[in-house]
Design a protein around this ligand. Sequence first.
Ligand SMILES: Cc1cc2nc3c(=O)[nH]c(=O)nc-3n(C[C@H](O)[C@H](O)[C@H](O)COP(=O)(O)OP(=O)(O)OC[C@H]3O[C@@H](n4cnc5c(N)ncnc54)[C@H](O)[C@@H]3O)c2cc1C
Ligand code: FES
Length: 270
Amino acid sequence: MAAPKYYEVQAEVVSVKELKHNLITAVLRSSKIAKNTKPGQFITIQVNNKDESVPVLRRPFAVSYTNGDEFEIIFDVVGRGTDILKRMLKVGEKINVLGPLGNGFNTKVNGKEKLLLAGGVGIAPIKKLMQYFTNKGDQVTLIWGNRDKSGFFDIDFFMDQNIKLFAATDDGSLGFEGNVLDILKAEIKNNNLKKINDYNIYVVGPNPMMRAVADYVAENEHYCQVSLEVVMACGIGVCQGCAVKKKKEDGYYLTCVDGPVFNSCSIEMP
Ligand SMILES: Cc1cc2nc3c(=O)[nH]c(=O)nc-3n(C[C@H](O)[C@H](O)[C@H](O)COP(=O)(O)OP(=O)(O)OC[C@H]3O[C@@H](n4cnc5c(N)ncnc54)[C@H](O)[C@@H]3O)c2cc1C
Ligand code: FES
């Protein structure tokens, strides 16, 4: 059996920023992670709480950007692990990181324009994918949806990229009023976007959003790539805890090694 192509490193914290309350971005330094991570692959971070005796499992995060020896993560503080991580991230400290893990997006699909759909903090892996495609000179459209305008950050950065950018909010407080699928349909109808089949489509966000987009593209006899966020224990194919049901055959895939990116036609969307 081939040796796994991931590394365990002590990555140095280069910078940390609280983008808004409990939405954190951090830049870490490890050339092994930064240089070997493909868009859509992830890392797991060992979170340690020195004050508690109960060990906490590693937590998975997308790599959202790379620059030389440095890589970025963006995460919401949603529970115990991310709360500990928030407190661990101090400039100059070393953090135990395992990666890159998983398969990443298939970027070698035929040369159609790229349509990237992000819901909330699903922007993290989408940002790295955008970086990959824009560096290659591909035409990229990004639709980013949030519940309200407070979900957006670094908008200037995204506006500076050579991409078509659309924003949507459920409450209409910024951009289009509606969800990512609503704006997608509306902009196709208004001829601001091409027909759905003219794109290679990549989607990351909450499961109901990815399911809705996957159903819509299936109605058009097309497919998209989705990146699943399921609860993971080991992240390396050992515990079998991240199974997702195959669609056209019996059995399951493991999200951590067969995914987290899947063709929407190949799985029962969670
Ligand atoms: C491949 C992958 C990439 C991810 N990338 C990012 C990222 O870039 N940014 C980010 O903010 N989050 C990301 N996540 C989700 C992140 O790992 C979880 O939010 C985190 O592990 C929660 O840990 P916790 O201890 O703080 O929360 P817990 O106390 O364990 O749980 C709090 C809440 O979060 C839910 N939750 C826990 N783990 C996950 C999970 N793995 N996926 C979805 N919901 C979960 C629980 O069901 C619960 O409702 C990713 C998950 C996966 C599998
Ligand atoms: S998380 Fe353990 S097998 Fe996937």
